[in-house]
Design a protein around this ligand. Structure first.
Ligand code: ATP
Ligand code: MG
Length: 463
């Protein structure tokens, strides 16, 4: 670990950091890079964003110093943080500040910006020691008041101070860093996490951390496992319920449904770059077996979970509500959950009609479904899984879907309401009924194109 200037993913961002640091110096202050950029750079990674903390300048002076470098937005309480739109990565510039809890809930914080604080005092509000280091962009000196470098070497997440308990979100942040770096959480930090009440937090704050957990690291399964170890699954009961749910050891030598889900997430992370919508698909993997918690029974000599796909679809809605308020995502996740068995089921079935494939494409994105099903198959202790595109059930389904023209898009109805109106039908429920009937025939392959659908319609109206 040498003290060199971070190699930002976008070098222009690094140049800008140095320019701003020099401008601050000229005005009599001192700027430090803080947080993730210092940590990632010490790990040999290229930081995407930069956070600067500027000491010794009053807010109005800092604003004047920064203004020539881009468009300024103020964020947070007391305008303590300046966001600079750069066009090549986020740059946030803040004054050192004290944060103290004044009451329950996420708004019960008092924030006092104070340019006269020293780096040791200001870093006490940070979450983990590895995130509490500062680096002077001009001299490259690293200021490390809480031994972050020692913990970084040991791969340990350790809270900076007892104030850690003032923001329960830090429990989720721990899991997201574990998902990214496969670190351990220090035992004393684990104890503090168990005492946190996540119900205080608004869902909006969860989403960023869940996205981080599922989308940024190579080990989202370790992140989920970490949530269990930190006592945080109490706040996500649909996931907690998977712990200890048995599976048939022949099909699932890896253990219970929770462990399986963790392994599936790690498998999914391997192919995340190929996902159309990684947020939806990783959530699909997270949720695919939620239904097993309610449906698993020992029947006819083995553990079975009949209907767990359908029940899981319902439960995925309940879980999603706890993670995010984003519109339009939950139905897609539920559809992937409900149909996650279809690729293997159809592949092994003696005969599957075209209608079944077309209807599947109507409900889900076929490629996304195959990636979820592949992750399900890969989520066990086995190392000889083919790539998702070479996985036989997936390849077979993709070919069938391509032959039917529904690989990349859902089937579109040949007939529309206006076709019926043109034939003189009055608007009303009858139109919907006829359109449905036509679309079902189309999905079954009995109306192969628009012309045949129009002929069918003309006959129907003539009757
Ligand atoms: P990433 O690379 O994922 O952005 P990061 O460490 O930069 O990781 P941010 O959420 O961007 O994470 O936060 C920047 C820094 O601000 C952190 O490194 C940490 O020092 C501090 N921080 C952010 N959120 C909190 C929090 N809830 N409690 C304490 N410190 C926090
Ligand atoms: Mg960051």
């Amino acid at each position: 670990m040498g003290n060199t200037f971070p190699a930002f993913a976008e070098p222009k961002l690094g140049d800008l950091v140095i320019k701003i640091a020099k401008a601050c110096q000229q005005a009599g202050g001192r700027a430090f890079l803080v947080g993730g950029a210092v940590r990632d750079s010490l790990l040999g990674l290229a930081p995407q964003d930069a956070d600067l903390e500027v000491y010794g300048l009053q807010p109005d002076v800092l604003e004047k110093v920064v203004a020539p470098f881009g468009k300024i937005h103020f964020v947070g309480q007391q305008f303590a943080v300046i966001h600079l739109a750069t066009g090549f990565g986020d740059l946030e510039i803040s004054l050192p500040r004290r944060e103290s809890k004044t009451g329950p809930g996420h708004k019960g914080f008092s924030i006092q910006a104070d340019p006269e604080l020293n780096p040791e005092e200001a870093s006490a509000r940070r979450d983990f020691t590895v995130n509490s280091m500062l680096q002077d962009p001009i001299t490259n000196e690293i200021v490390d008041p809480f031994s972050g470098q020692r913990d970084l070497k040991a791969g340990l997440l350790r809270h900076v101070s007892p104030a850690f308990s003032e923001d329960p979100l830090r429990v989720l942040r721990a899991a997201r860093f574990v998902a990214r770096f496969a670190w351990k959480v220090a035992p004393e930090t684990v104890s503090l996490c168990w005492a946190q009440d996540l119900s205080e937090l608004p869902v909006e704050r969860f989403e960023k951390e869940w996205r981080g957990l599922l989308l940024r690291g190579s080990f989202p399964g370790l992140g989920l496992q970490c949530l269990a170890e930190l006592g945080a699954l109490r706040w996500f009961p649909e996931l907690e319920a998977l712990r200890g749910i048995p599976q048939d050891p022949v099909w699932h030598p890896e253990g219970d449904v929770f462990r399986h889900t963790c392994l599936c997430l790690n498998a999914g992370a391997h192919i995340r770059d190929e996902m159309e919508d990684p947020w939806v698909e990783m959530l699909g993997i997270l949720c695919h077996d939620l239904g097993k918690a309610e449906t698993t029974n020992f029947e006819r000599g083995r553990w079975r979970s009949p209907n767990h796909d359908v029940v899981g679809g319902e439960l995925s809605h309940a879980l999603f509500k706890r993670l995010s308020h984003q519109e339009g995502i939950a139905p897609k996740v539920a559809a992937l959950t409900r149909d996650h068995l279809r690729p293997t089921q159809y592949f092994f079935a003696p005969k599957v009609g075209d209608g079944a494939i077309r209807r599947l494409a109507l409900r889900v994105d076929i490629s996304a479904l195959i990636r979820v099903a592949w992750s399900d198959a890969a989520g066990r202790d086995c190392s000889n899984m083919p790539q998702w595109k070479d996985w036989e059930p997936g390849r077979w389904l993709l070919n069938r879907a391509a032959d039917l023209g529904v690989k990349d898009s859902a089937p579109q109805p040949f007939l529309l309401g206006r076709d019926l109106l043109e034939l003189g039908l009055q608007p009303g429920p009858k139109i919907g009924k006829i359109l449905n009937e036509a679309f079902e025939l189309q999905l079954d392959g009995k109306l192969p194109d628009r012309e045949s659908a129009q002929v069918w319609l003309a006959k129907k109206c003539a009757r």
